[in-house]
Design a binder for this molecule. Structure first.
Ligand code: COA
Length: 160
């Protein structure tokens, strides 16, 4: 497989990153929010404060995937994963898996050695279960607006 590089989103690549979502048919609301979050990441107006951190997967100088991680507003030991998207022709080749590993590494760097938890809203799948994510929907609320997704949470212990 080609060499995949994972780096922070930079301002010169904003439109290219947004195009990955458009090609993937994300709805208008999602496009509005992801653009706003990307702009806040790139130009945040409160010095030192970043909420969603965006990474991009690059092959041959082209963005093939985008994803984000963010500290939750619920608690400083809780983090959110969001906005994972891979160009259709690059899917099923482990790109999101790479971006997941990189986001968890960055959360650990950001958080330090203490324990933390991570949540993600997505479809049940082994990629998350293998590394300790479990479903958190005690009353099994599968509604059409959730498109079959559920909340998954994983706990990561103190760094050894
Ligand atoms: C979901 C998506 C990001 C997966 O990217 P990918 O690079 O193909 O994923 P990987 O090859 O690393 O994944 C390994 C496996 O885990 C599954 N997987 C990966 N990320 C997933 C996610 N966020 N939710 C559910 N399943 C996922 C993949 O389907 C894959 O299994 P398969 O190859 O047997 O289908 C990609 O299909 C995509 O961009 N879809 C459209 C946007 C979207 O739905 N994003 C997720 C919103 S929660």
């Amino acid at each position: 497989m080609e060499t995949v590089e994972i780096v922070d989103l930079t301002p010169d690549r904003l439109e290219e990153a947004l195009a990955v979502f458009k090609v993937s048919d994300w709805d208008e609301d999602s496009l509005f929010y992801v653009k706003a979050e990307m702009q806040a990441f790139l130009n945040g107006d409160i010095n030192g404060y970043i909420r969603a951190h965006f990474i991009v997967a690059i092959v041959d100088n082209q963005i093939i995937g985008v994803a984000a991680w963010a500290p939750s507003m619920c608690s400083f030991w809780l983090y959110e994963l969001s906005w994972a998207t891979v160009l259709p022709k690059w899917r099923h080749r482990g790109i999101n898996s790479l971006m997941l590993t990189e986001r968890l590494r960055r959360i650990r760097d950001h958080h330090g050695s203490e324990a933390f938890s991570v949540m993600v809203c997505t479809w049940d799948n082994p990629m998350y279960f293998k590394i300790g994510f479990v479903p958190m929907e005690p009353r099994e609320r599968k509604s059409p607006d959730k498109k079959g997704k559920c909340l998954l949470v994983a706990q990561f212990g103190p760094a050894t």
